[in-house]
Design a protein around this ligand. Structure first.
Ligand SMILES: NC(=O)C1=CN([C@@H]2O[C@H](COP(=O)(O)OP(=O)(O)OC[C@H]3O[C@@H](n4cnc5c(N)ncnc54)[C@H](O)[C@@H]3O)[C@@H](O)[C@H]2O)[C@@H](O)CC1
Ligand SMILES: Nc1ncnc2c1ncn2[C@@H]1O[C@H](COP(=O)(O)OP(=O)(O)O)[C@@H](O)[C@H]1O
Ligand SMILES: [K+]
Length: 487
């Protein structure tokens, strides 16, 4: 971000203090949407760097918006004060507003406010908090009031492993500038962040997009470009034939959910390879789908399918390993999920044979089973990136924010989806969507981006007025979500 600031300042001829003003303005607009009561008791803690400078500018802008109940503390714990911080302190003092300057946490006397704005340290953090900073973070957290952080909670590292003994500010909301920080997407961030909002501060977007980075956020514009419209004179043959190898005696539902998702994501034809015992259920619930009883599979016949998915509710019968090996040998576009991932974990030599159009869809446990235990998500995502490159496949590491690791080393982060979706069968639905998209001719990379986004988006639409969302509901919502995402 620092080089992007520098570029924007140089090329748009904006002064850094004006960029700070834009950032403060963007913060205040977002803040006012959440807290519109002008009598809210607000305490703002500012440091001496640019994050503190933002805090001072925010204080002035809030005062101008008639927020009257504001106290400001400037923490002089270091000696270096940034120029823009000095300038904003001056501007505030020129308004005859009293800024309380403190050299030691023990000097702070505050009456419990309604909320605290944390502008002590931002992205400039270069080591864990110690001494005065740690004591101040504790004091703030112990007040047990709402905390809104400017850009980053003080003490929160924006990139790299998040420490388990985090001692920084624990924010209810982070209003962050221009782009979320990569560490916001790891579950361990929940120790410091309940929620974040990203605001545009006017940095040069075109330039940001030219910056080399491994991470890319998936946007709705990406999806609009990727969805293929249904075209006149097309027929079922146009949209591919998907084969789903799934289901077992006690987990037939996984096969049904997956197959239904495959149909509803638009595959021309869907065949389900399931045990004989599941045929009645399939025929009754999904007359559109065809069946291939698992007891009588002629492997030569599998060539005709455009894409194959294996794993949901598959179980661990002896034949499943043979099935997995045969399917890999076909070198077709392939999704390997659930029990088939566990089977791969026990037969890691198969990994190197996966076709370049393969997508693996592990959740955290399946991922660690496959690639070894990880202490944290930072490490896990690094491994996913390395393995996707090494094996030349796409790895979808599923979570609240799903990481899609490409063979090129690129990591696409998906932000759709929500905790209302945290229930069984949700991953089976994703697999059905993915194989459907592969069968329709999308490359693995595209199918992964589209599938993960649409799956989460359907869940988001349902969660607007529902406490929880079931996998079957997501399946039903899918065609609407796809239609709406086209423009
Ligand atoms: N494009 C952007 O991202 C913009 C960023 N701005 C603000 O600038 C912030 C970054 O500002 P700075 O680079 O001045 O950094 P900070 O304000 O985060 O920190 C400044 C100082 O803290 C010291 N420090 C770091 N870690 C410490 C620790 N653990 N204990 C004690 N001292 C520590 C540093 O040596 C530095 O002197 C952002 O978070 C944001 O709030 C905005 O003003 C404008 C635009
Ligand atoms: N809190 C959440 N926010 C967003 N997505 C979620 C959340 N919980 C679950 N999901 C999504 O639901 C799916 C769950 O997959 P998985 O654990 O394999 O489910 P199952 O094995 O029950 O089918 C993943 O795609 C995941 O991203
Ligand atoms: K902060």
């Amino acid at each position: 971000m620092q080089n992007i600031d520098a570029y924007t300042i140089k090329h748009t001829k904006i002064k850094s203090v004006d960029l700070m003003e834009q950032a403060a303005n963007a913060f205040v607009s977002a803040f006012a949407q959440e807290y519109d009561n002008k009598n809210t008791g607000i305490v703002i803690f500012c440091g001496l760097g640019n994050n503190g400078g933002d805090g001072l500018a925010i204080a002035r802008l809030l005062l101008a918006k008639n927020y009257t109940n504001i106290s400001i503390f400037l923490t002089r714990f270091g000696s270096k004060q940034s120029d823009d911080n000095k300038e904003n302190l001056k501007r505030l003092q020129e308004m005859n507003f009293q800024v309380e300057e403190i050299n030691d946490v023990n000097e702070i006397e505050i009456i419990k406010p309604d909320l605290i704005i944390d502008a002590i340290l931002g992205s400039g953090l270069n080591k864990p908090l110690t001494d005065q900073y740690a004591a101040l973070a504790k004091l703030i957290n112990d007040l047990a009031v709402k905390i809104i952080a400017v850009d980053v909670p003080t003490g929160f590292k924006t990139e790299g492993e998040i420490l388990v003994d985090y001692n920084g500010v624990k924010a209810d909301l982070v209003i962050c500038f221009q782009r979320p920080k990569i560490n916001f997407f790891f579950p361990e961030s929940s120790i410091a962040i309940k929620r974040f909002k990203v605001v545009d501060i006017g940095l040069d977007e075109a330039y940001i997009n030219t910056q080399p980075t491994d991470y890319k956020l998936i946007t709705s514009e990406d999806i609009t470009k990727l969805i293929k419209p249904r075209v006149h004179f097309t027929h079922k043959g146009t949209y591919g034939h998907a084969l789903l190898i799934a289901g077992n005696t006690n987990t037939m539902g996984a096969a049904l959910l997956s197959a239904n998702a495959c149909l509803r994501a638009g595959a021309g034809l869907t065949t389900v390879c399931l045990p004989q015992s599941g045929l009645t259920a399939l025929n009754i619930t999904m007359p559109e789908a065809m069946a291939l009883p698992r007891e009588h599979v002629d492997f030569k016949s599998l060539h005709k399918y455009n894409a194959i998915a294996i794993g949901p509710g598959l179980g661990f019968d002896d034949d499943n390993l043979i099935m997995l090996k045969k399917v890999i040998e076909l070198q077709k576009p392939l999704v390997v999920d659930a029990d088939a991932i566990t089977t791969l974990s026990n037969n890691k030599n198969l990994l190197k044979n996966l076709s370049p159009q393969t997508i693996l869809t592990p959740h955290v446990k399946e991922f660690d089973r496959l690639f070894g235990d990880h202490e944290n998500w930072w490490q896990r995502v690094q491994t996913a990136q390395t393995k996707a490159k090494e094996l030349g496949i796409v790895i979808i590491l599923k979570n609240q924010y799903t990481f899609i690791c490409m063979p090129t080393g690129e990591i696409c982060i998906n932000q759709t989806g929500n905790p209302a979706m945290a229930s069984g069968g949700m991953g089976d639905v994703l697999t059905g969507i993915l194989v459907s998209l592969l069968a329709q001719g999308h490359a693995a990379k595209e199918a992964a981006i589209l599938g993960v986004y649409l799956h989460g988006k359907a869940g988001d639409e349902l969660a607007k007025d529902s406490f929880c969302v079931s996998a079957s509901q997501v399946v039903l919502q899918l065609p609407k979500t796809m239609k709406m995402s086209m423009d």
